[in-house]
Design a protein around this ligand. Structure first.
Ligand SMILES: [Zn+2]
Length: 87
């Protein structure tokens, strides 16, 4: 079992985007949708779910925060490193 911790992911504008269950060390590069604990702005866990290659935007500053990709067979939000602030 991989050790995981809950982290907060903010946009550069300060908006809380998500709380995520992160495994491993190092920078957060992607967020698997199934491990997003809190979708603070309703950007990620939408109904219907975001489509592959769809771009996701911060609802506050309209910056592109992520692009939807399939990583190891699972849907994930590949984060735009320039737009994200993480602990
Ligand atoms: Zn923002």
């Amino acid at each position: 079992m991989v050790k995981r911790r809950s982290i907060e992911v903010h946009c550069g504008c300060g908006k809380l985007l998500a709380r995520y269950s992160k495994g491993g060390k190092g920078r957060l590069v992607k967020m698997f949708f199934e491990r997003i604990l809190v979708d603070a702005c309703g950007v990620f866990l939408t109904e219907p779910a975001p489509a592959l290659h769809q771009e996701l935007f911060c609802p506050q500053c309209q910056k592109r925060i992520a692009t939807v990709q399939v990583i190891r067979g699972k849907f994930a939000a590949k984060l735009n490193q320039g737009a994200i602030v993480q602990p």
